[in-house]
Design a protein around this ligand. Structure first.
Ligand code: PLP
Length: 395
């Protein structure tokens, strides 16, 4: 008799965004004259930049002519895009071969698929609060998960601890949901720890483009020793508005070897078995992100989100609430006032000022009592939400 993957039964209900949708829907049904200020969204609100749109159009035209038509693309990515991304790293002082860069359809796909590289018996360390996919993907795979809580005392940037050793270590920096960013010294401690224990770090760099402090690392490969212990997963979703267009990339150094197995070679085998590559048109559009024009345009969009962050941070400063993030990340993570619980604060600001955010408890139990604001909304809504927060919460 067929046995389903019974690990699905161990998944916790993903009630966070469902619950938010239910509560806001009910509120609007009960208060049809009100409108909401949505500061909870993790999706971008600005369209793709002109350089990308132009390249996408060119890609479509290429597909219309016999001479420029592309059929199946190379499974690991078009050489032109792999080379462009390797160049992008080089500008930051990270030397990569283009064969160490794999083009993907986005970070979510990779975060799940990459687990094929590791035996089911390997354990996974998840620093919490965390992006929920880390725990869920490992639960589906039946892995033992070690939850490492972080908190205000360490600025939500915990350091490794010999009591929490695991085969896989998830690090997300800049972090979703806390917006906290590891500095080079802190990341070096994680790299040394991983090398000491033969662990592999899965470094989620989905928000690297939001770093504005020059001393902070955008890539784990800026750290000595990382080529022997890390895989980096990146995405153009938030960097360049590709959430609905889908494009990402993963870096697996050729020097990452365990038990005589080379992870780069294994991933080539995996991709050539399990995918037929990302669409030519999308890769052509993606390459435009890394041109001078593309970089200028995406930075202009990011500046709009960063201004939203400034508006919200100013409001929180005026109210006097503790928060982190916002400066080098598109998320602001705040302590709920008056010792309110995350959901209690959610209900309170929904009812009183029609502002919607994300309760921190949804990212792990140590997120209870905290709350996430996203800066991906419109500037007008962000200004109004900030004004309402100050009016309601300033004592
Ligand atoms: N990693 C983190 C930390 C994220 O917050 C997200 C999306 O919100 C992703 C990965 C997924 O990105 P993608 O759109 O490339 O699948």
């Amino acid at each position: 008799m067929l046995t389903p993957n019974m690990n699905y039964g161990n998944l916790k209900d993903s009630y966070l965004f469902y619950n938010i949708a239910q509560k806001t829907k009910k509120y609007l049904e009960d208060n049809p004259d009100k409108r909401l200020y949505r500061m909870g969204i993790g999706d971008v609100s600005l369209p793709l930049c002109d350089a990308v749109i132009k390249a996408l159009h060119e890609g479509v035209d290429d597909q219309s002519k016999k001479d420029t038509f592309h059929g199946y693309m190379p499974e690991c990515g078009a050489p032109f895009l792999r080379e462009t991304i390797a160049e992008y790293y080089k500008k930051r002082g990270v030397e990569l071969s283009s064969e160490e860069v794999f083009v993907s359809s986005g970070a979510s796909d990779e975060l799940g698929d990459i687990l094929d590289l590791f035996d089911k018996s390997s354990s996974a360390l998840v620093i919490e609060p965390a992006y929920p996919a880390y725990v869920d993907a490992n639960t589906i795979a039946g892995r033992n998960i070690i939850h490492l809580s972080s908190g205000r005392e360490n600025g939500f940037l915990p350091l490794p601890d010999d009591n929490s050793v695991a085969d896989l270590i998830y690090i997300c920096s800049p972090n979703n949901p806390t917006g906290a960013v590891f500095n080079k010294e802190q990341l070096k401690k994680w790299v040394d720890f991983a090398n000491k224990h033969n662990s592999v770090i899965l470094f989620d760099a989905a928000y690297e483009a939001f770093i504005e402090d020059d001393t902070l690392p955008h890539s784990i490969f800026e750290i000595d020793g990382a080529r022997n212990c890390a895989i980096e997963i990146c995405s153009l979703s938030k960097t360049a508005g590709f959430t609905g267009t889908r494009l990402g990339y993963t870096v697996i150094p050729k020097t990452l070897i365990r038990n005589g197995m080379n992870f780069n070679a294994m991933w080539v085998r995996n991709r050539t078995t399990k995918t037929n590559g990302v669409s030519y048109i999308i890769q052509k559009g993606g390459a435009a992100v890394f041109t001078d024009e593309g970089q200028k345009q995406i930075k202009a969009n990011i500046a709009i989100y960063k201004n939203n962050a400034k508006v919200l941070m100013k409001a929180l400063d005026e109210i006097g609430l503790w928060y982190c993030g916002g400066k080098n990340a598109p998320y602001i993570w705040l302590k709920c006032p008056d010792n309110m619980g995350s959901w209690e604060f959610f209900d309170y600001i929904l009812k009183e000022i029609q502002v919607v955010g994300t309760p921190g408890e949804g990212f792990g139990s140590c997120g209870e009592g905290y709350f996430r604001f996203s800066t991906f909304g419109s500037p007008e809504d962000t200004e109004e939400a900030a004004r309402r927060l100050v009016k309601l919460l300033k004592k």
